[in-house]
Design a protein around this ligand. Structure first.
Ligand code: PLP
Length: 379
């Protein structure tokens, strides 16, 4: 089996699993318990948060909230910031590029009375900065933008957005960095909150982070015992939280090396596809190297995924979340890609466990699949 669906999820690293088991065995205590064992657990939790700031080179500028993943982190940050600002700034800016864990929150907030504004997307699949500037005004309380797009891999201009927002101090800036961490350099200057999911960087499923610059700017959306600064009530899951620090350490320290390996394979595949009429790379050139979205004009994405699967290649259509929905992908539509190419698009996503022989194996399988599909392709 050749696994090329790393944007959907990754294989947990062995020492992440070991850490999870060890903390469960040795330090299963509740960090909120007043006894010595509880205090020991609390100490470890505090250290873990300091370590995250150090690993990400953030100089303690962010409070860290451990969550179950980016869906929860996004919900917590977006609803929390929107509710906090509602009395004086109830406009929200978003684009169709976002993952459903952002877009569906936005639709929900709109139903609750917030004024939603969609910022345009350029043909290169990035936020249109001029349009963003024109939408900004003192009533904007929240702007959200992903760091790297999960469908195309396109890197968003986070620094430029932060610069535009400097003139609007009421606007909270949230960044979904799920597909960026460990793959491309991160930019957090001027960013108020950031989401991560552990299982996208060789951590565990059900493990995530929310980094917040000022916790007082978020209203809690989960109420209960008041853990995690009152923002995420519920008994702290210390083994899971310590394990994500391990995964994060690997992701950050190995990012440069991984990036250069993946860039090489990304280039290699782009060149390889050139020899096959009817096959087009949808991911813009400047994208993060782990994601390569490829359109087959005239064939259905689902048919391709099945054909590759028969050859032992695991990849997906546009994204795991939308693979099972038949709607045309809005990200690719916004980029002006033709409908038939969108319908026939697949996402190849590499990761830390990908090897040279996986790439060669994929190419061999591709030749077989192409032969099978060639008559259907519009060339
Ligand atoms: N944001 C992006 C960009 C993603 O790709 C994903 C998952 O695919 C998420 C958020 C949600 O992450 P999770 O499903 O781990 O909550």
């Amino acid at each position: 089996m050749i696994y090329l669906d790393n944007a959907a999820t990754t294989k947990p690293a062995q020492d992440v699993l070991d850490t999870f088991v060890k903390v469960n065995q040795d330090l299963y205590f509740n960090p909120n318990s007043p006894h010595q064992a509880g205090l020991q657990a609390e100490q470890l939790l505090k250290q873990a948060k300091l370590q995250i700031n150090q690993i990400l080179n953030l100089e303690d500028r962010y409070d860290i909230i451990f969550t179950s993943g980016a869906t929860e982190s996004n919900n917590m940050a977006l609803k929390g910031a929107a509710y906090n600002r509602k009395p004086y700034a109830d406009e929200i800016i978003v684009s169709v590029l976002e993952h459903p864990s952002v877009l569906e929150v936005m639709r929900h907030l709109e139903e609750e009375g917030f004024k939603l504004r969609y910022v345009n997307v350029t043909k290169a699949g990035t936020i249109d900065l001029e349009h963003l500037k024109s939408l900004m005004n003192p009533n904007v309380g929240l702007v959200t933008c992903m760091h790297v797009n999960n469908i195309t891999g396109q890197i968003q201009p986070i620094e430029a957005i932060a610069e535009i927002l400097e003139a609007y101090p009421k606007a909270h800036f949230h960044v979904d960095a799920v597909q960026a961490i460990g793959k491309t350099p991160l930019h957090f200057n001027g960013v108020d909150s950031v989401s991560f999911s552990g299982h996208k960087f060789n951590g565990l499923k059900g493990q995530g982070l929310l980094l917040v610059r000022n916790i007082h700017n978020l209203e809690p959306v989960i109420h209960g015992g008041g853990q995690e600064y009152g923002l995420r009530s519920g008994t702290v899951n210390l083994p899971v939280d310590i394990a994500i620090v391990k995964a994060l350490k690997h992701a950050v320290s190995e990012q440069e090396q991984l990036n250069s390996r993946l860039t090489e394979w990304n280039e290699d595949l782009r060149n390889f596809f050139k020899a096959y009429p009817g096959v087009h790379v949808n991911s813009p050139h400047q994208s993060a190297p782990h994601i390569l979205n490829v359109g087959f004009d005239g064939v259905k994405g689902e048919v391709l995924v099945n054909a590759f699967s028969k050859q032992g290649i695991m990849l997906s259509t546009t994204s795991a979340c939308s693979s099972k929905h038949s709607r045309l992908n809005e990200v690719l539509l916004a980029m002006g890609i033709s409908e038939s190419r969108i319908e026939g698009s697949i996402r190849i996503s590499m990761g830390a466990i990908t090897t040279e022989s996986d790439i060669e194996g994929f190419k061999e399988a591709f030749k077989i699949v192409y032969e099978e599909m060639k008559e259907l392709l519009k060339k």
